[in-house]
Design a protein around this ligand. Structure first.
Ligand SMILES: [Zn+2]
Length: 499
């Protein structure tokens, strides 16, 4: 209020001053005389001031016009000027807005909108590595595989986006089941980014399913080198692959090379049971039972396993049960309380007719770990000791419904495998099988397979108490532990090379 009043007062004062000033100038004598050639201009004082003001205005205008002309020339030349900068910024802003909208649409599952926004962003931004990616993802979401592939191919052009493009096409090929092309793409992608864990795993799985063991070993090697895989895990996986390589060479009939490969695999990972079994077979072929004994005993020290026992039996197939019992001390002196060791001992004693010892070896396993195998062994002991049919049958009846104990179970999908394999049959994961009791009652191993040793040579035909007869081991023999042919079956596949 006061300020408004002040302004009015100030305005009145200024007007008054100007009027008085103008009056004084008009009344003043003299002026400005400008002579241009013969022409002469006489300006009064007021006129002189007005002329000066006009001159200043003219000069200011002239400078502005010249600046504008210079800017225009630059603009027409394509140079960056305020004008072009202004338009650029505007375009960029709209481009990024469209890009952001596209990403949002993609995340919320509106693939059509995402594609439209991506196309708009591309018009403004000219950043195909960003916009093609959105379009490709949106196209994939909407099921437009051809468009997605086209976009991924566009990404191949730029070095920065090549990996994304290859990976996109690779995933498409995987989905289509074109593993051959997918593998080539995986190789390329892996070469670009050896530290990319997912690509390495995909490549490895593909190589494993295509039995390209040598290629897979290379992949493992570079994964270890780049630090994407811990050294010990790498070593173990390399051993698994070396083992598979050896198996293939065995199949091809090149037994000398295969033996070496098997022994190498065993050396890399002495705890890898199938590798130990194969190495033992290789040593036996070289007439080297001492080394065969050593590798099996070493593996047994890590983890007792029926396959190891079966391979150990194969070292001296013709020995008597007593000799066998003695020779098996190499294994049974380790892990004395391990169920596997106790079952093995029980089995060996049954074969030697020492039922009391067998019962002692088995101990309380029938109560603490009642599996088909322990219960069948118990039936054999019962029969051997002259127990009546009813009690023998009692044990066998229990065995039918009992757990089958430890099996090769995939840690990833819990699929149960009859034999060890490097790649899970169900989920395709690599080296995930471990010898454990499956969590669910998904049982595969039959009773006859559970007892790995050929305990008693005079074999008699018996029925084994198993719901599903496994046909995988035709060499599995069912033998009779007691005097007469009966249900008391202790059984064995004699030497059973894994796989
Ligand atoms: Zn699996």
């Amino acid at each position: 209020m006061l300020w408004s009043l002040l302004k009015i007062v100030l305005f009145v004062v200024l007007i008054a001053a100007a009027t008085i000033g103008a009056g004084m100038i008009m009344e003043a004598d003299g002026g400005v005389r400008i002579a241009v050639g013969a022409q002469e201009f006489n300006l009064g004082p007021l006129q002189a001031i007005l002329a000066l003001m006009a001159l200043v205005a003219a000069v200011w205008l002239a400078i502005k016009v010249v600046n504008f002309i210079v800017a225009l020339v630059h603009f027409l030349n394509g140079d960056e000027t305020a004008i072009s900068r202004y338009f650029d910024r505007n375009r960029e802003r709209r481009g990024y807005e469209a890009l952001a909208d596209g990403l949002m649409a993609l995340a919320s599952g509106e693939e059509k909108l995402a594609m439209t926004k991506a196309a708009r962003a591309e018009r403004f931004l000219h950043r195909p590595e960003l916009t093609s990616l959105i379009t490709a993802q949106a196209a994939e979401m909407s099921g437009d595989k051809r468009k997605a592939e086209k976009m991924y191919k566009r990404l191949l052009a730029d070095e920065r986006t090549r990996f994304v493009g290859i990976r996109g096409i690779m995933k498409q090929k995987l989905e289509e089941g074109d593993t051959e092309v997918a593998m080539k793409l995986a190789e390329k992608a892996f070469a670009l980014k050896p530290r990319h864990a997912e690509t390495g795993d995909i490549l490895l799985a593909l190589q494993a399913t295509q039995n390209d063991w040598a290629g897979a070993r290379k992949t493992i090697g570079s994964k270890v080198r780049t630090g994407a895989l811990p050294r010990d895990v790498g070593r173990r996986r390399d051993a698994v692959l070396a083992l598979q390589e050896a198996k293939d060479v065995f199949r091809d009939g090149n037994s000398i090379r295969a033996r070496e490969a098997a022994i190498e695999a065993n050396k890399m990972s002495p705890d890898l049971i199938p590798a130990a079994v194969l190495a033992s077979t290789s040593y036996l072929e070289q007439d080297n039972p001492r080394f065969a004994t050593r590798v099996l005993s070493k593996a047994w020290q890590v983890q007792p396993h029926p396959d190891l026992a079966a391979a150990f039996a194969a070292i001296a197939p013709d020995e008597t049960p007593k000799e066998r019992l003695k020779r098996f001390k190499h294994l049974t002196k380790h892990h004395k309380d391990h169920p596997e060791t106790r079952m093995l001992l029980a089995e060996l004693h049954i074969a030697a007719g020492q039922y009391d010892e067998a019962r002692k070896a088995l101990g309380d396993l029938v109560e603490t770990a009642p599996t088909q195998r322990t219960l069948t062994l118990m039936a054999a002991i019962e029969r051997g000791e002259g127990g009546d049919d009813a009690s023998v049958r009692g044990w066998l009846t229990k065995a039918v419904t009992a757990s089958r104990g430890e099996q090769w179970v995939c840690e990833k999908c819990n699929h149960v495998h009859i034999d060890w394999t490097p790649v899970c049959d169900n989920c395709g994961a690599f080296d995930t099988l471990s010898w454990v009791v499956p969590s669910e009652g998904d049982v595969r191993r039959g009773g006859t397979e559970m007892l790995p040793l050929l305990v008693d040579p005079p074999a008699a035909e018996t029925e084994a108490p198993e719901p599903e007869a496994p046909s995988e081991t035709p060499e599995a023999e069912i033998i009779e532990a007691g005097e007469e042919g009966g249900e008391d079956a202790a059984s064995v596949g004699d030497e059973k090379p894994a796989n």
